[in-house]
Design a protein around this ligand. Structure first.
Ligand SMILES: [Zn+2]
Ligand SMILES: [Zn+2]
Length: 159
């Protein structure tokens, strides 16, 4: 579900287009609308499916070309899940300080934000002579169920 931050991100994005020389075709608009109407992490293939619900003519190539452009605006962030898997996070405009835990088994991404950790980051940065301007932390972990049962129940079944 889109929260107000997502709608604002979409407005910010659309307002910036005139300076970016990027023509908002019908296909691109379907992709942009799909990106900014979710606050969940998604893969490129999921985005393709969502965009096609809005406009059936959206091509995979357009999705893959549009993603780097959106990332370049700072309103969308790429998350590297390891093993050549990537997903995309539309949540940075409204929640620039959040971090992620990734399940090493199924690749599920869980967001968290922690005041103590932010303070620690600021303290460490200040000690090294820096002021924090952006924050990116990713923890890869084994969830409790995976530790008990060997595999995470969220893992997509194969075969
Ligand atoms: Zn996130
Ligand atoms: Zn998992």
């Amino acid at each position: 579900m889109a929260d107000p931050n997502q709608r604002n991100a979409r407005e910010t994005f659309l307002a910036s287009l005139s300076q970016r020389h990027w023509r908002l075709t019908a296909q691109r608009r379907a992709i942009v609308d799909a990106v900014f109407s979710t606050s969940e992490h998604f893969t490129a293939e999921q985005l393709l499916a969502w965009a096609r619900q809005r406009d059936r003519s959206v091509s995979r190539a357009t999705v893959y070309r549009t993603l780097p452009f959106l990332i370049g605006t700072g309103l969308l962030r790429e998350i590297d899940l390891g093993k050549d898997r990537k997903c995309y996070d539309p949540n940075y405009a409204g929640h620039p300080n959040h971090s992620h835990i990734v399940c090493q088994d199924c690749g599920r991404v869980i967001e968290f934000e922690d005041e103590d950790m932010l303070r620690l980051g600021e303290t460490i940065s200040a000690r090294l002579g820096f002021k924090v301007v952006a924050w990116r932390l990713q923890i890869t972990g084994a969830c409790e169920l995976a530790r008990r049962g060997g595999t995470c129940p969220h893992r997509p079944r194969q075969g």
